[in-house]
Write a protein that binds this ligand. Structure first.
Ligand code: GDP
Length: 322
């Protein structure tokens, strides 16, 4: 863990709201800076059952990233992966559109086995994070199945059909978080947001519609955010109107929202501040919130550390002002 400048007290905690690849990059930087004082609340709207297995793509991306197991080039799954299972499955005529590597498969099998035996997703995730040597607490947004369903010009699609099989090509019209109304936030998530030592909540540069909105749809979470005294900041996932990867800008265009950081600030009405990229400096004056302009592209581990430190410093400056 680095002792790089951050003004957090020794017992202060930080909660990050996170999706998959984009969010996990910042979560890694935060984890390297503040270790076990970090809690990452992760989207599970992408979870689905496939080949009889419970798959939690964003939780796995966060776990693999924070434990150093992730494949940085591919952007998902584990490094040094092999694909014998997939090849055999294809040979047998099985569904091959969702790629599951041999190493990755172990996680899905263990999760499915544990959950069939009665473990909650929260318990399973915390036991895996411990086994993988991760110091941060990683929490699914809920133990209830909340499923992101995408209304498109091709009809209603389960999330992975849209995202992986159709590669986000259909035009998105509307998103539904199925079962959200009957879900509840877990005691662990609510406790992290109600911690008297909470110094900041950081909304990672994840897709606001596909990754962060499902978290906010879980009853109790938005309410807890509204009651937080500590600053809540977001890092814009757009740089010069473009997503670094994935469909964020495409979805914004389809929803008739300008693809810029001004829209990101508006999307989260509970924010105390927004971190945006140097390339978008011109937008800072048009945002009705304190902003911090810095380089937000995270290519190297140093970039992740630097952006994480900038977020903590920005949050702490906002806290002093309040
Ligand atoms: P997914 O679930 O794997 O699609 O991942 P997320 O929702 O967490 O992240 C997708 C978003 O991350 C996209 O909007 C990207 O633009 C954004 N993103 C990815 N890498 C970076 C980065 O290095 N910097 C910033 N600012 N955004 C990034």
């Amino acid at each position: 863990m680095s002792t790089a400048a951050n003004n957090l007290g020794p017992t202060s905690s930080v909660v990050a709201l996170c999706g998959g690849v984009g969010g996990a990059k910042l979560a890694l930087g935060l984890n390297r800076l503040i270790g076990d004082r970090l809690t990452v609340v992760v989207n599970t709207g992408d979870d689905f059952e496939h080949l009889g297995l419970h798959i939690s793509p964003d939780i796995d991306t966060v776990m693999y990233t924070l434990s150093g197991l992730s494949d940085l080039e591919r952007g998902w799954g584990r490094a040094d992966e092999t694909w014998n299972f997939m090849a055999s499955l294809e040979q047998l005529g099985g569904a091959a559109w969702f790629r599951l590597g041999d190493r990755d498969l172990a996680m899905h099998i263990e999760r499915t086995r544990a959950m069939r035996g009665g473990a909650s997703l929260t318990d399973f995730t915390s036991s895996m994070a411990r086994k993988l040597g991760i110091s941060a607490t990683i929490l699914p947004m809920s133990d209830h199945r909340v499923e992101t369903v995408v209304d498109t010009d091709d009809g209603q699609l389960p999330f992975q059909e849209y995202f992986v099989r159709l590669q986000c090509k259909p035009v998105l019209k509307h998103l539904t978080f199925r079962n959200a109304a009957s879900a509840v936030a877990t005691p662990a998530v609510l406790q992290s947001l109600r911690d008297p030592d909470l110094a900041a909540v950081i909304v990672c540069p994840s897709n606001p519609y596909l990754s962060i909105d499902p978290i906010l749809a879980v009853p109790g979470i938005r309410d807890a955010l509204d009651k937080i005294a500590a600053p809540i900041i977001a890092v814009s996932p757009l740089i010069a109107g473009q997503a670094v990867k994935g469909p964020t800008a495409k979805i914004m265009a389809e929803l008739g929202v300008p693809a810029d950081s001004i829209s990101i600030a508006r999307h989260y009405p509970f924010l105390s501040g927004l971190v945006l990229d140097e390339a978008d400096r011109k937008d800072a004056g048009k945002i009705d919130l304190p902003t911090h302009v810095t380089q937000t592209l995270m290519k190297s581990v140093d970039d992740r550390d630097r952006l994480a430190a900038a977020c903590l410093e920005f949050a702490s400056a906002l806290a002093t002002k309040e």
